[in-house]
Design a protein around this ligand. Structure first.
Ligand code: ADP
Length: 268
């Protein structure tokens, strides 16, 4: 009698173990693939500008008395490529800092000030090519990393500028709902828009719909990956809505515990 019971119990136990094991292996393989792809992507992103810079340097060595106008043109292009590599390395460092969770310093600051700063940076990037409007609700101060949120909000407005053709509209806003104590930062553009099939993958590192367009406007392909990390670290939520040819709306929802001052204030 006992033996029968045992074997009956062993069968489901074993099959569950196997299932768990194969799921773990699949997960490990997935992580390895992501890592391999990442290294390949970084190498590829660095190789192109390095090839360009190397080529120009060779020309300048081979032809020392090159036409000055040609020389300054080549120097400008080399500078552009160096800047591109710098942006990539900066973004990689930011990502790795976020992934390692170092340098986390939360502080209290006025959201309105940050949103105004980000909007004025957007105007700087746009240089009058877009109509940029700003709307800000009154709200309690936010508790979080000012630098990180500056970078997250900044990435969203710079994307709006970069993916909206001249003459388009960009709406930057901060909304605060007093009943739920939740806040929401959003950037709405009338730009090229995004096909819904791409939306779930946009925050993956180096995921770009149009590599040429991203590069031409100075993109590294890491902006939204950085935004995702910052958003997660603040228990916030990133929401993306878009329609190809019409425009996009990116918003970051800030939870009540990062805005409700009553508790914090009571103890100050
Ligand atoms: P990139 O440096 O390429 O802009 P991001 O991570 O910031 O990298 O964005 C990933 C991709 O998402 C972009 O390459 C682009 O295809 C798309 N994207 C981001 N923001 C917008 C936007 N406002 N409108 C249209 N497409 C966008």
């Amino acid at each position: 009698g006992n033996e029968v019971v045992l074997s009956v119990q062993l069968v489901p136990f074993d099959s569950t173990r196997k299932l768990l094991l194969s799921r773990d292996i699949t997960q490990i393989e997935r992580v390895q693939t992501i890592h391999r792809d990442f290294v390949a992507n970084v190498s590829h992103e660095l190789r192109t500008p390095l090839t360009v810079v190397g080529g120009f340097i060779e020309t300048l060595i081979d032809i020392p008395d090159i036409d000055p106008q040609l020389r300054s043109q080549q120097l400008r292009l080399m500078h552009e490529q160096a800047m591109r590599m710098q942006r990539l390395v900066e973004d990689l460092l930011t990502l790795s800092r976020l992934e390692n969770g170092v340098d986390i310093r939360d502080e209290r600051f006025e959201v309105a000030e940050l949103v105004k700063l980000v909007a004025s940076e957007a105007r700087g990037l746009s240089q009058g090519r877009h109509q940029i409007t700003l709307s800000i609700d009154d709200s309690p101060p936010m508790y979080g990393s000012y630098d990180e949120l500056h970078s997250a909000f900044g990435n969203l407005v710079s994307n709006a500028v970069r993916y909206t053709p001249d003459g388009g509209e960009i709406r930057v806003s901060w909304k605060y709902d007093a009943t739920t104590a939740q806040g929401s930062f959003s950037v709405e553009d009338t730009g090229i828009g995004i096909d819904p099939i791409h939306i779930p993958r946009l925050t993956e590192r180096f995921y770009r719909i149009d590599r040429g367009r991203s590069r031409a406007t100075g993109g590294t392909g890491l902006g939204l990956a950085i935004v995702k990390h910052i958003v997660q670290r603040h228990q916030a939520k990133l929401d993306i809505q878009s329609e190809p040819g019409k425009g996009s709306r990116f918003s970051i929802q800030i939870p009540a515990n990062r805005l409700a001052t009553s508790l914090v204030d009571a103890h100050k």
